[in-house]
Design a protein around this ligand. Structure first.
Ligand code: CA
Length: 363
């Protein structure tokens, strides 16, 4: 009993409310009541095929968990790509209220606004842990919510791929010169950075990459990490696998139609938020374990795992800052989000180096 009293005293001295930051004051005091008479069905379309490993499994798990914790009052129907809308049509479909939500990645919609790139991540940018910190406590979510509100959308964290590999190459990259004229499948900001180094980025649908690589129509491709890359069979046709730099912790997005979301009860909104946090962290754990398991498949196939030469990485980092500069000049939104993300990265890099990096080097 005494211990409990001491704990309570300690709690008020520390200001337990501060430990719960992220909750509004109404969330702290209000009782949680599930209205069994309010039953809601949300139709969520995805950019992935049905039961797609890890990403597709993640959103299916989210749907099941939400149904359980809401005691059956909040059901999510998941529609894999092309069932209701094409893979990359989900943003528009949700914005126009044709669907209630979607599971995808923000950088696919950079055509709407260049700033959206940054809500997935950026080359030489955040690790999975750091982007979560930026979104939750560094102002990232406020910017994301503000920019998506213009499209009648409300975004949540939707999973993380964890660090991605730099890709599969048919020939070893020994210098910057070896990149010149190379045809590589690499989308997004990574592609724009590599283009500045002389690479010719090409975009190919997932189903065509393996054959293009096998027939030398493509010199290199990035995809994700061992977890999904081995499923594509890349280890059978390319013998050099480079460590990552361009997608160090890509975050996926779970997005709702704003009008629809606003019509939900406070409890339903909170359950979605809680389940989205679980989706985000569990997906990252699953990538960790699947990457670890499939790395063995890569190594057993005799693939050489290498890191790009220092001059390539230095040039790529410089090119990334140029790309960010150019985009900042063209887009006010990009500039605002970049300044927030980059200053948060600078602040956190120091701690990540002192904490995690030092530990990893001594482990
Ligand atoms: Ca990728």
């Amino acid at each position: 009993m005494k211990r409990r009293r001491d704990f309570i005293k300690l709690g008020s001295a520390l200001g337990v409310s501060a430990l719960m930051s992220g909750c509004s004051s109404s969330e702290k005091t209000k009782s949680f009541h599930i209205n069994k008479n309010k039953k809601t069905i949300l139709r969520i379309a995805t950019s992935w095929p049905a039961h797609f490993p890890i990403m597709g499994e993640g959103i299916e798990r989210f749907a099941k968990r939400l149904e359980i914790i809401s005691q059956g009052t909040l059901r999510v129907k998941v529609y894999p790509k092309n069932l209701l809308v094409p893979a990359l049509g989900v943003f528009d479909a949700c914005s126009s209220s044709a669907i209630d939500g979607y599971h995808s990645a923000a950088y696919y919609y950079k055509g709407k606004n260049e700033a959206f790139n940054l809500f997935t991540g950026f080359p030489f940018g955040f690790t999975a842990n750091e982007i979560n910190a930026w979104i939750d406590f560094g102002g990232g979510m406020d910017l994301w919510r503000e920019l998506y509100a213009k499209y009648n959308l409300v975004p949540f964290k939707g999973g993380n791929t964890d660090i991605q590999m730099g890709g599969w190459f048919k020939k070893e990259i020994k210098s910057l010169d070896d990149l010149k004229g190379l045809k590589m499948r690499i989308p997004g900001l990574g592609g724009e950075v590599f283009a500045k180094l002389g690479v010719r980025p090409t975009l190919l649908p997932a189903g065509e990459i393996y054959v293009a690589l096998e027939r030398n129509l493509l010199d290199a491709t990035e995809w994700l990490g061992p977890s999904l890359d081995t499923k594509m069979g890349f280890h059978k046709v390319a013998k050099y696998y480079y460590t990552g730099w361009h997608e160090p912790g890509s975050m996926l997005s779970l997005v709702f139609n704003k009008k629809r979301f606003d019509s939900l009860s406070d409890e339903q909104k909170m359950m979605i938020e809680v389940a989205s946090n679980e989706l985000n962290s569990v997906m990252c754990s699953q990538f960790q374990v699947e990457n670890a398991k499939q790395l063995k498949v890569v190594e057993d196939a005799g693939v050489k795992i290498l890191t790009f030469p220092k001059e390539v990485l230095i040039a790529a980092k410089k090119a990334m800052l140029e790309v960010a500069d150019e985009k900042s000049q063209k887009s006010k939104d990009f500039k605002r989000v970049w300044e927030s993300a980059y200053s948060f990265l600078e602040l956190n890099k120091r701690w990540t180096d002192i904490g995690l990096k030092a530990y990893l080097e001594s482990r």
